[in-house]
Design a protein around this ligand. Structure first.
Ligand code: PLP
Length: 929
């Protein structure tokens, strides 16, 4: 393989610091293919321009790339056999100019996806004019609603290869003018090729498996085989006649949204009634019913395409409705006729107002009691996100979290919670009256941020609760996955180990940032719903029962200290799968701001359904925003139909940005994208995983890492360290916004967080990299032109940002006044009592942060007790909660904090504390109860 192929191909220029990456090193298989087309475009262009001395070398580069691409192109509809044949002929004929043009055309069509709309992209004839406009404009521009969405259907055929063109033609001929969608059939002949197509072809929406296909791929190279291996069960080849079922199982694991159809000549009833049949949308007898298959394919697609709420809202908007309810903006008449706010109508457009209503009838539905299209939309969202049920929430995940807390906790319950969780959880616990048992995440002091909560401290807390006879009160574990900074938990292991200690624990996984992960075959297993589904399956499996019994024999005699270090397994007869996911759809998918969802797999949901409903009523507006609901419906449609493609793209882009920053000779002097090895301490990374695409690190190893390591770093959340450039996070964020129009959200003392989502493009990457390069150049120049003292000042600033970082304060404890048993080794407390005590001004006092009194009281008492949540931004987690005893570490951290925004703290008044006498009075009252 040639060594000059670059991974980015940005404008055909070889990027600095991005070494050649093998196909099996890519995190996203389909993006590996697109990468190769970009490279082929660059190399064929160079071949066409090269002189005689370079021709042979360039030709061999072209050949090597084509050799990699040929097997992949058999798995994809576009460019298809005809255009591939043309490329081969042009290469053989030595017509490098024509070859370069064809490759450029194909590669541009692939980059812009224009082949989905533009017939010219498929033609072997060049047509310069149409080529230019169609490949540069987004595919749907100017085509309006008449556009028919394009997709591909994989036919896994039993017959000889020679029969495939005819099979393809059979399906093509079934296209009818009034079909709403249009598809291209792609034929493969084996189980392995079908799996490869599922990975490499993101246009696939349906798979038709014709009984009798073979197992092994004829052309899978060692590299492709390595890509396949993590996904193919070792016994798949031995299952003989059961290949459709096995294939359906693998496809479900990789891309659960795809429709799977089985065609068989054998016993249809047997196949339809088999265990695997739930994975198969429909079973057909023989291929003599191609029209039925065609219609079933379109029907399956329609099921995903239909957005019941949005579709009805559009119909509603088009009706001549007179509104006599309280929503003057509905229909927009008071706006469009206004003398003064007509620009509001012009800016937002008519549809927004036509689609506004406070009605819940006439084609609309009620979010509070959904029985119509919102109910159907929620059911579809549950299917897409892998839950048993889903609930739309229109006030953000802040509200989703409060609903879950209130639904599942009662006063006095203990909830084990990562203190670094979003503040909505802490407030939710106050509302529910539960007692938080705060557990600290591992710190990343050097970046002034917390990592994530490891399994061991959660187990320690649970075992201690057990030792003190309080385990029955431990109701729920609350964790963030992934964290703001990208730490992805080992969800399955966390739940298994906790359930081993308390089999009916409820888990609330805050996946506010992470909804997209459902659509990545690699990350899905590390989502709440992915892991919950797996646990449900495991607990029913006799093999797990045996594994458990063996494990039980091993752990029966271990003492608590040893249990903490042992990987625990729950008793499948006792364990309940009770998992709740809250997900800011607006943060990672195409929902409007505040569009959030609660997704549930809870075997005991019927027991809490009434409480859940009450909690939903408590927090949900009676005027939920119709547009947010519609956008949740649409975000679901998009992710079911193109989530796989979009997520692969965004992950690949994020990995490239990381490599561009760290590989660029100038940028990397001042900026650095923190690698997984830097963000995750070694003890949580037994695989030794260092970085995405690190030399020799293949996707098979990454798959193992994802299965086994305690934490994995989300590639799309890039912590860019800026301390070496002399910028603190807030300052750097400001410069990026004011000088480069680049918006960043989260910062720490010496970093900013660059988040990549499905909306980002290669141009965004270029924009960011150029900004970093410009900044690096200007620092370089300033240092070179400046005086010695200026250089010394810069060095001191860097040192202070990089080395002089405050220790992160751990949660101390609740004051004894708020503890049932002050001698207990677990730290839960009555936070709600402390919270409400602060409502009485007479119970509170203020002391300024730098007042000597603080130091004196830290030394000699009385204890300083916070009356408030104090939440600095950044880092955004409460460093004090109501009723918490304030320690010297917390004060030192506060004094070193150089952020302006600290919720719950007014510098001019000082720290708000609960007075010692008020605490004493509360304690004495509590002890009398
Ligand atoms: C982990 C986490 N959970 C929940 C939320 C709240 O989500 P929303 O903004 O949708 O209310 C946030 C917001 O940043 C968050 O970071």
């Amino acid at each position: 393989m040639n060594k000059s192929t670059d991974r980015t191909g940005t404008n055909g220029a070889k990027s600095q610091g991005t070494p050649h990456v093998e196909l099996n090193q890519f995190f996203s298989a389909a993006e590996a293919r697109v990468d190769r087309w970009r490279s082929l475009h660059r190399v064929t262009k160079a071949l066409a321009a090269s002189d005689a001395s370079a021709i042979e070398r360039m030709r061999s580069e072209v050949n090597a790339l084509l050799e990699e691409l040929r097997p992949l192109e058999e798995l994809n509809g576009y460019p298809g056999p005809e255009l591939m044949a043309q490329i081969n002929e042009q290469l053989e004929a030595g017509d490098s100019a024509a070859l370069a043009r064809t490759v450029q055309r194909v590669s541009a069509a692939l980059m812009s996806n224009s082949y989905r709309d533009n017939a010219h992209a498929w033609s072997e004839d060049e047509d310069n004019e149409s080529r230019m406009s169609d490949s540069i404009l987004p595919p749907t521009v100017g085509r309006g609603q008449s556009r028919r969405p394009y997709f591909e259907v994989l036919i896994v055929a039993a017959g000889e290869r020679a029969t495939w063109p005819e099979l393809r033609e059979t399906f093509r001929k079934l296209r009818r003018d009034d079909d709403v969608y249009i598809y291209e059939p792609v034929v493969v002949g084996s189980f392995e090729d079908a799996v490869l197509a599922t990975l490499f072809n993101y246009n696939l929406q349906s798979i038709v498996a014709v009984d009798g296909f073979g197992f092994a791929s004829k052309h899978a190279s060692p590299v492709l085989r390595e890509i396949l291996t993590p996904h193919v069960p070792s016994d798949a080849a031995d299952r003989g006649g059961d290949m459709s079922g096995s294939l359906a199982r693998v496809v479900r694991m990789l891309r659960p949204e795809l429709d799977f159809f089985a065609v068989t000549d054998a016993d249809v009833a047997k196949l339809a009634g088999a265990d695997d049949s739930s994975l198969i949308r429909r079973v057909f007898y023989g291929v003599e019913e191609p029209m039925e298959i065609h219609l079933a394919i379109l029907d399956g697609l329609k099921d995903r395409y239909e957005t019941p709420f949005f579709d009805n809202l559009k119909k509603y908007a088009a009706r001549p409705i007179g509104t006599f309810h309280a929503l003057p903006v509905a229909r927009g008449k008071s706006i469009f006729k206004s003398n003064w706010i007509r620009d509001m109508g012009e800016f937002y457009g008519t549809n927004l107002f036509l689609a506004e209503s406070s009605a819940t009838t006439g084609g609309l539905d009620s979010l509070l009691e959904p029985t119509g299209n919102i109910k159907v939309a929620q059911d579809k969202a549950a299917r897409a996100l892998g839950g048993d049920r889903a609930f739309f929430v229109t006030n953000g995940t802040s509200t989703s979290n409060k609903i879950i807390h209130q639904a599942l906790l009662t006063p006095g319950d203990i909830v084990l919670i990562d203190r670094d969780c979003h503040k909505s959880h802490h407030y939710g616990i106050v509302l529910a009256g539960a007692q938080p048992l705060y557990i600290d995440a591992f710190p990343l002091t050097q970046y002034s941020m917390y990592g994530s909560l490891a399994i061991k401290p959660i187990k320690q807390a649970l075992l201690q609760l057990k030792a003190e006879g309080k385990l029955d009160r431990a109701k729920m574990v609350v964790l963030t996955n992934c964290t703001f900074d990208g730490h992805i938990a080992n969800v399955e292991r966390t739940m298994l180990e906790c359930l081993a200690i308390k089999p009916d624990l409820v888990f609330l996984w805050d996946e506010a940032w992470y909804g997209y992960a459902r659509f990545s075959p690699f990350l899905r297993g590390r989502t709440a719903m992915g892991a919950a589904a797996k646990l449900k399956q495991m607990f029913r499996d006799p093999a797990y029962q045996q594994r458990y019994e063996k494990h039980q024999a091993e752990v029966a005699k271990l003492d608590v200290a040893k249990l903490v270090d042992k990987e625990l397994l729950p008793d499948p007869r006792k364990a309940r799968v009770r998992v709740y996911e809250s997900d800011s759809v607006h943060k990672s998918m195409s929902a409007l701001r505040q569009g959030s969802i609660i997704v549930v797999i809870d075997q005991d949901f019927p027991k809490v359904e009434a409480a859940f409903k009450e909690a939903f009523f408590t927090h949900t507006s009676t005027s939920p925003n119709q547009q947010i609901i519609a956008s949740l419906d649409l975000a679901r449609r998009q992710m079911e139909l193109e989530g796989f493609e979009l997520v692969q793209r965004m992950i690949q882009l994020a990995i490239e940005i990381r490599h561009e920053i760290n590989g660029h000779p100038l940028i990397s002097k001042y900026f650095h994208a923190a690698t997984p090895a830097e963000m995750i301490p070694e003890q949580y990374r037994p695989s030794g995983f260092q970085d995405y695409g690190a030399p020799g690190w293949t996707i098979a190893k990454t798959a193992k890492t994802l299965r086994e390591d305690e934490f994995f770093l989300d590639p799309t959340r890039i912590t860019v360290l800026c301390g070496a450039a002399g910028f603190d996070g807030s300052q750097f964020k400001g410069i990026l916004a004011s000088d480069y129009d680049i918006q960043i959200n989260k910062t720490s003392r010496n970093s900013v967080l660059v988040q990549i989502n499905i909306n980002n493009t290669r141009s965004d990457m270029a924009h960011l990299i150029k900004a970093l390069a410009d900044l690096s150049r200007s620092i370089e120049k300033r240092l070179a032109d400046g005086s010695e003292s200026e250089r010394a000042a810069f060095g001191a600033r860097v040192k202070s940002l990089v080395e002089d970082v405050p220790d992160l304060p751990n949660f101390s404890r609740f004051h004894d006044a708020f503890r049932d048993d002050p001698k207990s080794k677990t730290s839960e407390g009555h936070m709600r009592a402390a919270y409400y005590m602060a409502y009485d001004a007479a119970s509170c006092e203020y002391i300024k942060l730098n007042d000597k009194q603080i130091d004196e009281r830290l030394k000699s008492g009385p204890e300083l007790v916070s009356s408030k949540f104090v939440i600095p931004y950044p880092p955004g987690f409460p460093i004090m909660v109501p009723g918490q005893v304030i320690t010297a570490e917390t004060i030192a951290f506060m004094r070193k904090l150089d952020v302006k925004e600290i919720h719950g703290f007014n510098a001019s008044k000082g720290l708000e504390l609960l007075k010692p006498d008020a605490l004493a009075a509360h304690k004495s009252k509590a002890s009398q109860r």
